[in-house]
Design a protein around this ligand. Sequence first.
Ligand code: SME
Length: 158
Amino acid sequence: MAEDLRIITDISKEEQYRSIIPQIKALISGENDQIANLANIAAALKEQFKWFWVGFYLVKGDELVLGPFQGPVACTRIKKGRGVCGASWEQAETLIVPDVDAFAGHIACASASKSEIVLPVFNNSEIVGVLDVDSEYLSHFDDIDAKYLKEIVGLLDA
Ligand code: SME
Protein backbone atom coordinates (compact mmCIF):
# COMPACT_ATOMS: atom_id res chain seq x y z
CA MET A 1 0.00 0.00 0.00
CA ALA A 2 1.32 3.42 -0.93
CA GLU A 3 0.90 5.79 2.01
CA ASP A 4 1.21 8.95 -0.05
CA LEU A 5 -2.05 10.31 -1.36
CA ARG A 6 -2.41 12.10 -4.66
CA ILE A 7 -4.40 15.21 -3.75
CA ILE A 8 -5.86 17.19 -6.64
CA THR A 9 -7.92 20.23 -5.70
CA ASP A 10 -8.37 22.31 -8.87
CA ILE A 11 -11.26 20.13 -10.02
CA SER A 12 -14.95 19.93 -9.15
CA LYS A 13 -16.08 18.47 -5.84
CA GLU A 14 -17.46 15.43 -7.64
CA GLU A 15 -14.13 14.88 -9.40
CA GLN A 16 -12.34 15.24 -6.07
CA TYR A 17 -14.47 12.44 -4.64
CA ARG A 18 -13.81 10.33 -7.74
CA SER A 19 -10.09 10.94 -7.28
CA ILE A 20 -9.93 10.14 -3.56
CA ILE A 21 -12.34 7.17 -3.37
CA PRO A 22 -10.10 4.65 -5.20
CA GLN A 23 -7.21 5.81 -3.01
CA ILE A 24 -9.30 5.25 0.12
CA LYS A 25 -10.21 1.79 -1.18
CA ALA A 26 -6.52 1.00 -1.64
CA LEU A 27 -5.72 2.34 1.83
CA ILE A 28 -8.19 0.12 3.64
CA SER A 29 -8.08 -2.97 1.46
CA GLY A 30 -6.22 -5.79 3.15
CA GLU A 31 -6.54 -4.19 6.58
CA ASN A 32 -9.26 -5.57 8.82
CA ASP A 33 -8.66 -3.37 11.86
CA GLN A 34 -11.61 -1.02 11.90
CA ILE A 35 -9.92 1.74 13.94
CA ALA A 36 -6.94 1.81 11.57
CA ASN A 37 -9.27 2.09 8.59
CA LEU A 38 -11.43 4.80 10.18
CA ALA A 39 -8.28 6.75 11.05
CA ASN A 40 -6.97 6.61 7.49
CA ILE A 41 -10.36 7.52 6.00
CA ALA A 42 -10.59 10.59 8.25
CA ALA A 43 -7.02 11.59 7.34
CA ALA A 44 -7.55 11.09 3.59
CA LEU A 45 -10.77 13.13 3.60
CA LYS A 46 -9.15 15.91 5.61
CA GLU A 47 -6.22 16.06 3.20
CA GLN A 48 -8.45 16.14 0.15
CA PHE A 49 -11.17 18.53 1.28
CA LYS A 50 -9.53 20.50 4.12
CA TRP A 51 -12.81 20.41 6.06
CA PHE A 52 -12.87 21.97 9.51
CA TRP A 53 -13.56 18.62 11.21
CA VAL A 54 -14.04 15.11 9.90
CA GLY A 55 -14.29 11.95 11.91
CA PHE A 56 -16.21 9.11 13.41
CA TYR A 57 -18.30 8.53 16.49
CA LEU A 58 -18.72 4.86 17.42
CA VAL A 59 -21.75 3.20 19.02
CA LYS A 60 -20.97 2.02 22.54
CA GLY A 61 -24.10 1.00 24.45
CA ASP A 62 -26.63 3.83 24.32
CA GLU A 63 -24.03 6.44 23.38
CA LEU A 64 -21.77 7.51 20.58
CA VAL A 65 -18.15 7.79 21.66
CA LEU A 66 -15.56 9.84 19.82
CA GLY A 67 -13.49 7.76 17.41
CA PRO A 68 -10.74 8.55 14.90
CA PHE A 69 -10.96 12.12 13.60
CA GLN A 70 -9.04 15.03 12.13
CA GLY A 71 -9.56 18.55 13.39
CA PRO A 72 -9.94 20.35 16.70
CA VAL A 73 -10.73 18.44 19.90
CA ALA A 74 -14.38 17.43 20.13
CA CYS A 75 -16.98 16.31 22.64
CA THR A 76 -16.46 12.67 23.56
CA ARG A 77 -19.94 11.26 24.22
CA ILE A 78 -23.29 11.84 22.50
CA LYS A 79 -26.54 10.18 23.59
CA LYS A 80 -28.82 8.51 21.05
CA GLY A 81 -31.09 11.15 19.53
CA ARG A 82 -28.96 14.05 20.74
CA GLY A 83 -27.37 16.51 18.34
CA VAL A 84 -27.00 15.88 14.63
CA CYS A 85 -24.90 12.76 15.23
CA GLY A 86 -27.33 11.20 17.68
CA ALA A 87 -30.26 12.05 15.39
CA SER A 88 -28.56 10.45 12.39
CA TRP A 89 -27.95 7.33 14.48
CA GLU A 90 -31.54 7.22 15.78
CA GLN A 91 -33.10 7.82 12.37
CA ALA A 92 -30.55 5.69 10.49
CA GLU A 93 -30.45 8.51 7.93
CA THR A 94 -27.96 10.89 6.41
CA LEU A 95 -28.58 14.39 7.77
CA ILE A 96 -27.43 17.52 5.98
CA VAL A 97 -27.58 20.62 8.18
CA PRO A 98 -26.96 23.83 6.19
CA ASP A 99 -27.01 26.03 9.31
CA VAL A 100 -26.21 24.32 12.60
CA ASP A 101 -27.71 27.21 14.59
CA ALA A 102 -31.09 26.38 13.03
CA PHE A 103 -30.92 22.71 14.07
CA ALA A 104 -32.68 22.22 17.40
CA GLY A 105 -30.37 20.32 19.72
CA HIS A 106 -27.19 20.80 17.71
CA ILE A 107 -24.15 20.10 19.88
CA ALA A 108 -21.61 22.85 19.34
CA CYS A 109 -18.18 21.32 19.79
CA ALA A 110 -16.65 24.38 18.15
CA SER A 111 -18.26 27.75 17.51
CA ALA A 112 -16.48 27.94 14.14
CA SER A 113 -18.59 25.10 12.79
CA LYS A 114 -21.46 26.43 10.66
CA SER A 115 -22.78 23.48 8.64
CA GLU A 116 -22.58 19.74 8.96
CA ILE A 117 -23.31 16.38 7.34
CA VAL A 118 -23.65 13.15 9.30
CA LEU A 119 -24.06 9.64 7.88
CA PRO A 120 -24.69 6.37 9.68
CA VAL A 121 -21.97 3.75 9.32
CA PHE A 122 -23.30 0.21 8.92
CA ASN A 123 -21.69 -3.15 9.51
CA ASN A 124 -23.77 -6.24 8.75
CA SER A 125 -26.91 -4.07 8.60
CA GLU A 126 -26.27 -2.67 12.08
CA ILE A 127 -25.28 0.91 12.78
CA VAL A 128 -21.84 0.86 14.37
CA GLY A 129 -21.18 4.58 14.27
CA VAL A 130 -21.53 7.79 12.30
CA LEU A 131 -19.30 9.80 10.02
CA ASP A 132 -19.51 13.49 10.93
CA VAL A 133 -18.15 16.31 8.77
CA ASP A 134 -18.22 19.94 9.89
CA SER A 135 -17.54 23.05 7.86
CA GLU A 136 -16.82 26.61 8.91
CA TYR A 137 -18.98 27.73 5.95
CA LEU A 138 -22.78 27.77 5.83
CA SER A 139 -24.55 25.37 3.43
CA HIS A 140 -21.31 23.62 2.59
CA PHE A 141 -22.73 20.13 2.04
CA ASP A 142 -25.21 18.86 -0.53
CA ASP A 143 -26.45 15.71 -2.23
CA ILE A 144 -23.08 15.20 -3.94
CA ASP A 145 -21.39 14.91 -0.55
CA ALA A 146 -24.16 12.62 0.69
CA LYS A 147 -23.79 10.35 -2.35
CA TYR A 148 -20.03 9.97 -2.23
CA LEU A 149 -19.64 9.89 1.54
CA LYS A 150 -22.25 7.12 1.55
CA GLU A 151 -20.09 5.25 -0.94
CA ILE A 152 -17.09 5.74 1.37
CA VAL A 153 -18.81 4.53 4.56
CA GLY A 154 -20.22 1.65 2.48
CA LEU A 155 -16.65 0.41 2.09
CA LEU A 156 -16.72 -0.36 5.82
CA ASP A 157 -19.82 -2.57 5.60
CA ALA A 158 -18.69 -6.17 5.72
N1 SME B 1 -22.14 18.86 16.11
C1 SME B 1 -22.28 17.46 16.39
C2 SME B 1 -21.38 17.04 17.52
C3 SME B 1 -20.06 16.53 17.07
S1 SME B 1 -18.98 17.72 16.60
O1 SME B 1 -19.53 18.59 15.60
C4 SME B 1 -17.52 17.11 16.16
C5 SME B 1 -23.72 17.13 16.71
O2 SME B 1 -24.56 18.02 16.87
O3 SME B 1 -24.02 15.95 16.84
